[in-house]
Write a protein that binds this ligand. Structure first.
Ligand code: NAD
Length: 477
């Protein structure tokens, strides 16, 4: 018997969770659960995180969490519980299968069957933001080698386990050569370890456009966090109804399973919500905890029910559907069909006694790291970069002012007067002729800047790693 944690959530949450648990019980899933309270009530009690210690303890003890959607109250101060949980529990992989159920559920893409695997912990979701000048704010995009290795390996392992043929990587590494470049680089490295699985890489813009147009050309898609967030919603939407898709958030020790949709407050309490998203998430959970037989039983009974045209109002269509049913009637119908196999959809068959093989990250031998200079970010209200350069050249030592950019575009030397400039200037100091910079040259530079009344808001060291430049050039440099 596997102990899990269950949260019935807000809005339609209790209705779809009760339906799901009734089906799991009828299918004889070997689970017992602790129920916790999260979401709206907890937020409104004054806890801005939406979750209390008792709930955290239950999830951390049971390590498997089946979660109904929650309502985040409108207005400031409330933190997204999903983002907090993913990061606090190390749930690095967000897995969202998006399949169409044509001809039984209407869709423009009858052949689509795509699994989106989104990195869940880093990228712009690190939440590190600063206002630096009157005119400029920044958000740090952090991409790490361990983060990339874990998610990309997860995607290939998933493809192998679920007999998928191809893994596609979406990045924007033509622009973000270091951050997205690392994600793509790791993808190329790990793809070589899986010669049985095809792999390809897409620049995110055209990749996303093609995915929305011809999703049948894609199989498994792995993406950094922000792109994955956007693309997975689009993919789920074009597969049919938001009420149908489930998702898994997987970590090294814990895992969380939920429908992709929200708490749908406008239809709450009416017994009309579609429980399929949460039910399909619970099938992913059963697979995760090694109860593949029950997962197959539930999935097949669900597919059979959809094929029978027994549909909740969100997917009911005259001429296609046969019977419009309530949430509870749909659950009863799935229960009555336990043991049946679908006739049009593929019968579910899940690999047994096989686990995804994701080795713990091993830190690589540190590279030879050489300081080559520093980018100094300056708050300056002038408009002519030559004037700023004159002021800053006075601070030259073994590192010398080589370039000034504004919003990344080179404005000195030889800038264009057409370039629009804000009050935020990136001033690059570098060593000449390949030597390392002296460590004390940066604090000396800062101290001299103080004397000259230069308003430095931030510095970023410039390094080479094993002789390879670890920083981007200025645009136009
Ligand atoms: P939503 O997904 O709740 O609803 C969008 C539309 O889809 C609505 O028309 C709704 O009626 C319909 N819908 C959603 N699920 C359905 C189902 N199972 N059956 C039938 N129809 C369904 O999105 P929203 O209205 O933008 O958000 C409502 C609340 O949910 C907000 O407070 C939001 O913060 C929260 N939310 C929570 C989660 C989560 O807990 N994981 C995710 C998204 C949104």
């Amino acid at each position: 018997m596997q102990k899990i944690t269950v949260a019935k959530g807000d809005g339609i949450g209790p209705e779809i969770m009760n339906a799901t648990l009734a089906i799991l019980e009828a299918a004889n899933a070997q689970i017992a659960w602790d129920e916790i309270e999260i979401g709206e009530k907890v937020y409104l009690s004054g806890n801005t995180s939406g979750i209390d210690k008792v709930a955290w303890d239950s999830i951390r003890k049971n390590k498997v969490f089946l979660k109904a959607p929650i309502t985040t109250p409108q207005g400031g101060g409330y933190k997204s519980l999903n983002v907090t949980m993913r990061k606090a529990l190390g749930l690095y992989a967000n897995v969202r299968p998006c399949k169409s159920f044509y001809p039984f559920v209407n869709t423009k893409h009858p052949k689509m069957d795509v699994v989106i695997i989104r990195e869940n912990e880093e990228d712009l979701y690190a939440g590190i933001e600063h206002q630096q000048t009157d005119e400029v704010v920044q958000c740090l995009k952090l991409i790490t080698r361990p983060g990339c290795e874990k998610i990309v390996r997860y995607a290939f392992e998933y493809a192998r386990l679920y007999k998928r043929n191809k893994v596609s990587c979406f990045t924007k590494d033509n622009i973000m050569k270091h951050t997205d470049g690392l994600f793509h680089q790791v993808f190329k490295e790990i793809a070589q370890e899986y010669p049985d699985i095809q792999s390809d890489n897409w620049i995110i813009d055209i990749g996303a456009a093609r995915l929305a147009d011809t999703p049948e050309d894609f199989d498994v898609v792995v993406l950094p966090n922000l792109y994955g967030d956007v693309v997975s919603d689009i993919t789920a939407q074009i597969s049919g109804s938001v009420g149908l898709a489930g998702s898994a958030n997987i970590g090294e020790s814990c895992a969380m399973f939920e429908a992709i949709h929200g708490s749908a407050p406008t239809i709450a309490g009416q017994n009309i919500a579609n429980p399929s998203g949460l039910l399909r998430a619970s099938v992913m959970m059963l697979n995760h905890i090694g109860q593949q037989d029950v997962a197959e039983l539930v999935k097949n009974a669900w597919s059979y029910t959809i094929e029978e045209g027994i549909h909740t109002p969100d997917i009911y269509k005259e001429g296609v559907s046969k019977k419009q049913v309530s949430t509870t009637e749909f659950a009863e119908s799935v229960i009555n069909h336990l043991g049946k196999k679908p006739r049009t959809f593929l019968t579910a068959e899940y690999a047994k006694d096989v686990k995804l093989n994701i080795p713990t990250y091993q830190r690589k031998k540190p590279a030879n790291k050489m300081l080559k200079g520093v980018d100094v970010f300056v708050d300056w209200k002038g408009t002519n970069p030559d004037e700023l350069a004159e002021k800053l050249t006075k601070l030259n030592s073994d590192i010398k002012l080589t370039m000034i950019t504004n919003r990344g575009v080179k404005v000195w030397p030889n800038g264009f007067e057409e370039t629009f400039c804000t009050d935020h200037w990136r001033c690059r100091y570098e060593v000449e002729n390949g030597h390392p910079a002296a460590k004390q040259s940066i604090p000396e530079l800062l101290s001299n800047a103080l004397q000259e009344e230069v308003d430095i808001i931030k510095t970023e060291n410039l390094y080479e790693f094993d002789g390879v430049r670890g920083y981007s050039l200025g645009q136009g440099q």
